[in-house]
Design a protein around this ligand. Structure first.
Ligand SMILES: NC(=O)c1ccc[n+]([C@@H]2O[C@H](COP(=O)([O-])OP(=O)(O)OC[C@H]3O[C@@H](n4cnc5c(N)ncnc54)[C@H](OP(=O)(O)O)[C@@H]3O)[C@@H](O)[C@H]2O)c1
Length: 325
């Protein structure tokens, strides 16, 4: 056989194996996507099997409230944790009258740091907690900004870390032991698409959310053999107070439909975008807006201009508003 012919055959085999590899990989990803985001909406776990009570942090509005209502609808009693006692009572009344489930409210501010956890532990001590939804989270501004432009940075940075990181670790520490004792439990941790790649101009928020992602993956690896599932949910945009109740459309989910669809993915995936629309956006963004582009000075320059433009528009609108009044 001529040398050139041998080389040609080798390249053909190499090309064939590579094509087969990508075909199998693509088919496997499609099958997983079909299972996690479509079949899960038809056949899903009966969440009552984890235990009688679900604890939801940040439960008075947005995604947390939607999870609380959805879990009550599926037959669990709910512990609601947030800052405002009035809002907590309203959601508790809604759950009791609409779904006939028991509720308990705990009023705390997660930005306060370690001092709040003994009181939370005391109020949960007599309950069989099957599900913990670590949902509470905050951002320091509604706009992209450089790290040093964070308003009142000394205080704000600590508050964001206490709320987004410490709450998840401390609440898990409090509730995991009784789950392990019973050999079952589900912890749902709310991360964000902003954690899927580094997000400059949202540095602290993005970094707190990748903490949540890694913490969830590690915790699941450590405790799955004890019957514990730790699921990390990383949504794209959901219409809530945090996103100024932006209009719902095929890309932006309402909190209720997001919580319903995301809850259906339990036991299908331990790391999920929560719903098909957000999963597709995640794939599109990782192809068309890769991290080298996000981190480039070109992109940061444009994000800065965009943020400045938006804040001028906001200023003008609030000026016009105050003149009208
Ligand atoms: N919305 C999105 O597009 C989106 C996207 C990705 C990830 N997420 C994540 O999803 C989670 C929920 O976001 P959301 O949009 O539903 O937010 P949201 O509408 O602003 O609701 C936040 C909830 O947390 C409570 N809360 C806020 N700060 C608190 C504090 N310091 N201590 C105790 N409770 C506090 C609020 O109630 P009170 O005011 O009564 O305390 C409210 O119930 C967050 O972790 C967020 O990072 C959201």
């Amino acid at each position: 056989m001529a040398e050139g012919e041998g080389c040609y055959q080798f390249l053909c085999i190499l090309g064939g194996v590579t094509a087969l590899f990508y075909l199998l990989k693509w088919s496997w990803n499609c099958w997983r996507g079909l299972k996690v985001y479509i079949l899960s909406q038809i056949w899903h776990t009966d969440v009552r099997k984890f235990g009688q009570w679900a604890v939801v942090t940040g439960a008075t509005s947005g995604i947390g409230r939607a999870y609380a209502l959805e879990l009550a609808k599926r037959g669990l009693d709910i512990v609601l944790i947030s800052r405002s006692e009035k809002k907590l009572s309203n959601v508790a009344n809604e759950i009791e009258s609409q779904y006939g489930r028991k509720t308990r409210i705990i009023q705390v501010d997660f930005t306060e740091g370690p001092s709040i956890y003994p009181a939370i532990a005391q109020q949960l001590a007599d309950l069989e907690v099957g599900i913990l939804v670590n949902n509470v989270g905050m951002n320091y501004a509604s706009m992209f900004m450089h790290f040093l432009d964070i308003p009142d940075p000394e205080q704000k940075i600590t508050e964001v870390i206490n709320c987004n990181i410490l709450s998840v670790t401390q609440m898990s520490r409090l509730i995991l032991p009784q789950m392990i004792k019973r050999g079952k439990g589900l912890i749902i941790n709310m991360s964000s698409e902003a954690a899927s790649q580094p997000q400059p101009m949202l540095a602290v928020y993005s970094a707190t959310k990748i903490f949540v992602t890694y913490f969830s993956r590690c915790l699941h690896a450590e405790y799955s053999s004890h019957g514990i599932i730790v699921q990390c949910v990383a949504p794209f945009v959901v219409s809530t107070n945090m996103t100024h109740n932006i209009e719902v459309n095929p890309l932006v989910k309402s909190a209720d439909s997001f919580a319903r669809e995301a809850l259906n993915t339990v036991e299908y995936s331990t790391h999920t975008s929560g719903c098909l629309s957000h999963a597709l956006q995640h794939i599109a963004l990782s192809i068309f807006f890769p991290s080298w582009l996000r981190l480039s000075s070109f992109c940061i320059h444009h994000m800065k201009n965009y943020a400045q433009g938006m804040s001028h528009i906001k200023e003008r609108m609030s000026h016009a508003h105050s003149k009208e009044e």
